[in-house]
Design a protein around this ligand. Structure first.
Ligand SMILES: [Zn+2]
Length: 236
């Protein structure tokens, strides 16, 4: 199936938390969007695998995704291997997205950083004709744009998507992951979270900050290596 955009993330819920508003806006505008999770999040401190799978299914529906796939790499041990990047390159050739979103290569979580690298290397490799022929699947295809979304580490965004109109829907999508948001074990005070346990509150303060930077209520920051062509309409 041909996609307009593919989001590549290490764990189910990463795409929702960092990019849920952008995905909702793209889907609302008639774009077909897919998410490729690299792992099933089986090493998560909270909730069972079955919880996580059920939550991902519900979030996928609310986001209006055309495709959601999982590479089933080992959670907590994601590495930018030749096998991983070639598997992702094959998925890029199969779905032929114009835009790819992935985590930033400098993220503190090693799985997120590896995801950023795998996506960047796969993005390049997917355009090589001989490699596509060797893979024996679809023809070579390099997406026009590769953008990185923000995880644990702030970066100076090169563009910010206004997600004010879909903010409440994004919150609803994040709430699908109840096992991650609400601890069931009274001993669990969220010490495993680097910057505090309240995922929703942190997501809101980040979105307000980036929204303020472009003069809107809520924004999602993105990084693109090198300048992007600007539409003159964006200046008025
Ligand atoms: Zn993650």
């Amino acid at each position: 199936m041909k996609l307009d955009a593919l989001v590549i993330a290490a764990h189910p819920d990463d795409a929702e938390i960092s990019l849920g508003g952008t995905i909702l806006r793209l889907a609302e505008g008639g774009k077909s969007v897919g998410v490729l999770d690299l792992t099933r999040g089986e090493m998560g401190t909270r909730g069972s695998q079955a919880d996580r799978d059920r939550e991902t299914e519900r979030a996928t529906e609310l986001l209006g995704l055309a495709v959601r796939r999982n590479l089933e790499l080992p959670d907590g041990r994601v590495q930018a291997t030749v096998e991983a990047r070639e598997a992702v390159a094959a998925i890029l050739r199969e779905h032929r997205p114009e835009v790819v979103f992935a985590q930033h290569t400098d993220d503190l979580h090693p799985d997120h950083a590896a995801c950023g690298r795998i996506a960047r290397e796969a993005w390049y490799l997917a355009g090589l004709k001989r490699l596509a022929e060797a893979g024996g699947d679809s023809a070579a295809h390099r997406p026009a744009r590769l953008l990185h979304f923000m995880g644990h580490v702030p970066f100076e965004a090169t563009l910010v998507v206004d997600v004010s109109d879909v903010w409440e829907r994004k919150v609803e999508v994040i709430r699908c992951y109840a096992s991650q948001i609400e601890p069931t074990d009274p001993e669990d005070r969220g010490e495993h979270f680097l910057f505090g346990a309240d995922i929703l509150a942190r997501s809101a303060s980040k979105a307000r900050y980036w929204g303020e930077r472009i003069g809107v209520a809520y924004g999602e920051p993105l990084f693109h290596a090198g300048p992007l062509p600007a539409s003159l309409d964006a200046l008025f």
